[in-house]
Write a protein that binds this ligand. Structure first.
Ligand SMILES: [Zn+2]
Length: 217
């Protein structure tokens, strides 16, 4: 018996490897993800119900990130094109356009494309856009792309991580500067003032109500 002869191991499933999360699913199958009922976690790439505010796989809070399926029809159609068009050039163009929207709502679909598209050029484009959007949630997602089979995608993932890390650092420095801090906190103060006013008004109302009650007594 030669060394190369294949001896099947009944305990090993030869298909398991191909079904691993690293395998690229067919984007020509639009049924794989339904943006009307599902959303993609921008941190781990998990597919969850559109109504969920937390990712059931990695636990991140998604309440501040709009699901693309709940936004405008054009964004939704572009997302569907990005994951299901049979032509790689078209998918890449859709990814590019979604990225240019510059909104957090596109993070999920870009993450999905980055992890599942069979074409390395399309995956690389998704990585590029995620880097430009520099959302901290993308750090974990881009770390996954470091294991991509294409060196171009892996290189782009490193660039993306660099871009996001730089932005996060810049933001911290900005916050440290007094002038910038004022600018940043202006809105916060405004909101606080509004809230305080509301509370005061409520207090006033309560007091008036109480006085009225006392008067009636
Ligand atoms: Zn997740």
């Amino acid at each position: 018996m030669s060394k190369k002869e294949f001896i099947p191991d009944p305990n090993k499933n030869p298909y398991r490897v191909r079904n691993s999360p690293q395998s690229h699913n067919n984007p020509g199958n639009p049924e794989f993800i339904d943006f009307n009922t599902q959303r993609v976690c921008p941190s781990c790439g998990g597919i969850i119900k559109i109504s969920h505010n937390f990712c059931k796989y990695c636990g991140v809070d998604l309440s501040r990130i709009e699901a693309i399926g709940t936004t405008d029809e054009i964004s939704k159609q572009l997302a569907i094109t990005a994951v299901s068009d049979p032509n790689a050039e078209v998918r890449k163009e859709a990814v590019d356009t979604l990225g240019n929207f510059g909104d957090t709502k596109v993070l999920g679909v870009l993450t999905y494309v980055m992890l599942h598209d069979p074409d390395p050029e399309v995956r690389r484009e998704a990585v590029d856009e995620l880097g430009d959007l520099h959302h901290p949630y993308s750090l974990d997602a881009l770390a996954k792309a470091l294991k991509d089979e294409s060196p171009e995608v892996r290189k782009e993932a490193i660039e993306g991580l660099k871009k996001i890390k730089k932005k996060v650092k810049e933001k911290k420095i900005e916050k440290g500067k007094a002038s910038e801090r004022e600018k940043d906190s202006d809105k916060e103060e405004e909101d606080k003032e509004k809230k305080d006013k509301k509370e005061k008004d409520k207090e006033k109302d309560d007091l008036e109500e109480k006085n009225e009650e006392e008067y009636l007594l």
